[in-house]
Design a protein around this ligand. Structure first.
Ligand code: F3S
Length: 290
């Protein structure tokens, strides 16, 4: 049996950076919300004294506050300054760019449209940088309902689907005399999906590792299954059923953006241990795309 790891999978640049900053943070640092959707990692940081809080009210004046990769609105920075909090800013640079673009659109007095999920923390933070004046949509039908305006600026959630964005963009083009699109979709999501599709086309089965509530992991499993490849979405190696892989020779492994390297390696090891006598295990390097 040969085990192949997708060329791009697991932590993206922004998540890796945030996790590293959290790991280096002093005990007593709070993160505004869990640093990533990975309970084991959040627990292990908590043991070192880096704990999540839900709001600034839970943070004592003068303490350290780590802002996660999704970013926050300007009010949080203002409040932190008043309260003399020491900020460790792990906002992903791609998200920062989207926030700045939103502000640019509003300063230019254009109608701001954000394409993304209304309730997602990143979209909320972008909207706040746009003065909470954005029209937020994630469906073509919603784009069709937007009234005509002279000038419009569009900012996109970094993890938004490229194909759905294209459909919405073409509707928005008919809704304004002048459309500025800030292409803020991050390459990491697209690269992970493309690498998963490529691998799924070559192997007997795919294992997709990541939280069941992780949207990007779910999309990876979906694109692999769409290739007609038997696909198993697991959170940990313990969920792998050896019987599912009986008689198979090539197994592909990919993982969502908040899946730690050690969980990926644990799954690879598990598959290696499944090998039968006389078979060979070949793991490709886990490539860090950023
Ligand atoms: Fe940043 Fe892209 Fe990851 S926006 S947090 S590098 S998915």
């Amino acid at each position: 049996m040969r085990v192949h790891i997708a060329a791009a999978c697991g932590f993206c640049y922004g998540v890796r950076r945030a996790v590293e900053l959290a790991a280096q943070a002093e005990a007593g640092t709070h993160t505004l919300g869990p640093i990533i959707h990975n309970p084991q990692l959040v627990d292990s940081l908590s043991e070192k004294g880096v704990t999540p809080v839900n709001s600034l009210e839970e943070v004592a004046d003068g303490s350290r506050l780590l802002i996660r990769s999704h970013g926050v609105g300007p009010d949080v920075y203002d409040e932190a300054e008043k309260r003399r909090l020491h900020i460790v800013d792990a906002t992903c640079p791609h998200v920062k760019k989207a926030q700045q673009d939103a502000r640019k659109v509003i300063n230019a007095k254009k109608v701001l449209v954000i394409i993304g999920e209304k309730d997602h923390p990143e979209v909320i933070s972008i909207s706040q940088w746009g003065g909470n004046r954005a029209i937020i949509i994630d469906k073509v039908e919603e784009a069709e309902e937007i009234p005509y305006c002279e000038t419009m600026g569009v900012v996109v959630q970094t993890t938004f689907s490229q194909s759905r964005f294209k459909q919405i963009e073409s509707v928005l083009a008919g809704k304004t005399g002048h459309l500025d699109v800030y292409m803020t979709i991050c390459a990491a999501t697209r690269q992970r999906q493309e690498a998963a599709v490529e691998l799924a086309g070559k192997v007997d089965a795919m294992i997709v590792i990541g939280g069941r509530n992780s949207a990007n992991t779910g999309r990876l499993a979906q694109v692999c299954a769409e290739q007609g490849c038997p696909t198993y979405h697991v959170e940990t190696a313990a969920e792998i059923n050896p019987d599912d892989f009986a008689g198979m020779h090539d197994i592909g492994v990919t993982a969502g953006a908040s899946t730690t390297d050690w969980i990926i390696q644990e799954v690879v090891k598990m598959m290696e241990d499944l090998q039968t006598e006389g078979t060979e295990v070949m793991s490709e390097e886990l490539l860090d795309q950023y």
